[in-house]
Design a protein around this ligand. Structure first.
Ligand code: GLY
Length: 430
């Protein structure tokens, strides 16, 4: 079968890497993909938001499965459009993807179906929001309602910070129309985990747990990025906790969607805080995360294409569980200094060749360009270095050893990925 992957980052590279191992995958196309994927996929010059052109390509080339990486095309209705044209595609339809596309909609669902989450308010005009915020309890969280590439969530520790967030989101329109509404939410204290699950609308099966580090600097300082590193599984989610999450969050979410007449098929990625009172939802995402996918794919002991087909064909009830290898994986993102704000790129990446000799390392490309046999930096997030092995502490140490072997001008990475795991030594801050 021919597969088309939509998107161009490290997540899409990891999906391509995993699908390449599927028995029934003969050829992978990536639209637009990135140069790091060229050994396993052919790049197609169509962007992820060109839905009609993607469908034309899928039709003309007999694509048996299109896999959508990023959220924007899902929220824009790529799946609805492909389905209308009879083209196989993996991911939720527009109405279902609204769980990610509108934070206010997600909170309404959580609230209506008593799924544990923080208290919240929704505002459509800045003055009313500011009136409320003047007497609110801090810290709290201000979120742009729509999609903002993971950067529209601001933790405000006092009124001044909340005022700045409102100005940035609603007045300066830093995230465009995504800031027409804001959600103001309680700040929930506890360990942060993400749960990835597959659902076909009737059955929901957890894949695994991950932890992601979003802020650009050590200790969760600085602006939020798309993600600076991740590891899996989370040591805080043992079997008992996963069962509790299935019981209190995953299955109630599926029930809520069904009750609302929403047929959700695809990945459900749930952001959760483990509080003293149990797990509470902070957000839903309608697709695999990035960089989380870079640690999930190497641990997935299943044929990914088969799982996607079972999801589309509503056959997940025939699976008892999704099998995961018993190893640990960590990914550290190497970025261009200045990201997520302003940064320079076009610098040669040195040392990549030698990294090929490490059997326990996978290098997923997020933003590189190949020219005359050499890779150059091409974006904010450049490479994801993923090590897979036994024991999270040893895996973390190994990834930092390997990072010493690669460099490019302005290379920036966090030295403390995994720092909330008990016994992870605090690496020296750069
Ligand atoms: N890394 C966060 C996300 O992809 O949602």
């Amino acid at each position: 079968m021919k597969v088309l992957i939509v998107g161009d980052g490290g997540r899409e590279h990891a999906l391509a890497w995993k699908l390449y191992q599927s028995e029934n995958v003969d050829k992978i196309f990536a639209a637009p993909g990135n140069d790091g994927m060229l050994e396993i996929a052919e790049r197609v010059d169509i962007d992820a938001d060109e839905i009609e052109a993607l469908a034309d390509f899928a039709q003309e080339n007999g694509i048996g499965m299109t896999v959508v990486g990023p959220e924007e095309p899902l929220v824009a209705g790529i799946v609805d459009y492909f389905v209308e044209r009879g083209l196989p595609i993996f991911g939720p339809k527009k109405q279902a993807a609204l769980l990610e596309g509108s934070k206010a909609f997600a909170k309404e669902i959580l609230d209506k179906y008593n799924i544990p989450t923080g208290e919240y308010e929704v505002f459509t005009d800045p003055d009313t929001a500011l009136n409320y915020l003047e007497n609110a309890k801090y810290p709290l969280v201000v979120k742009a309602n729509g999609l903002a590439g993971g950067k529209g969530v601001i933790v405000a520790s006092n009124y001044q910070a909340a005022q700045d967030a409102v100005a940035r989101i609603m007045e300066d329109k830093a995230f465009g129309d995504a800031g027409d509404r804001i959600v103001v939410e309680d700040f929930i204290e506890g360990e942060d985990v993400s749960i990835f699950a597959l659902t076909d609308g009737q059955t929901i099966l957890p894949v695994t747990s991950t932890r992601e580090h979003k802020a650009v600097f050590e200790g969760e300082e600085g602006p939020n990025t798309g993600g600076m590193g991740s590891y899996s599984p989370s040591p805080y989610v043992d079997q008992e906790m996963m069962e509790q999450i299935c019981r209190e969050i995953l299955r109630p979410t599926l029930h809520a969607l069904n009750s609302e007449g929403i047929d959700y098929r695809g990945v459900l990625h749930v952001g959760i805080i483990l509080t003293e009172n149990g797990p509470e939802v902070i957000d839903y995402n309608a697709r695999f995360g990035d960089p989380e996918t870079q640690v999930i794919m190497p641990l997935l002991a299943e044929d990914l294409l088969e799982l996607m087909q079972m999801t589309n064909d509503v056959k997940l009830k025939y699976k008892k569980e999704i099998e995961i290898y018993g190893s640990d994986a960590v990914c550290v993102v190497l970025a261009s200094a200045g990201y997520p704000l302003t940064y320079a790129s076009g610098y040669e990446i040195k040392g990549l060749e030698n990294l090929k000799y490490h059997d326990d390392l996978l290098v997923f490309h997020s933003g590189t360009r190949l020219e005359n046999g050499k890779y150059y930096t091409d974006r904010g997030r450049v490479l994801g270095m993923t090590v897979v092995g036994e024991g999270i502490l040893s895996v973390i140490n190994t990834v930092y050893d390997y990072i010493e072997e690669v460099n490019f001008k302005d290379m920036h990475y966090r030295t403390d990925i995994g720092f909330t795991i008990p016994d992870v030594p605090q690496a020296p801050v750069e």
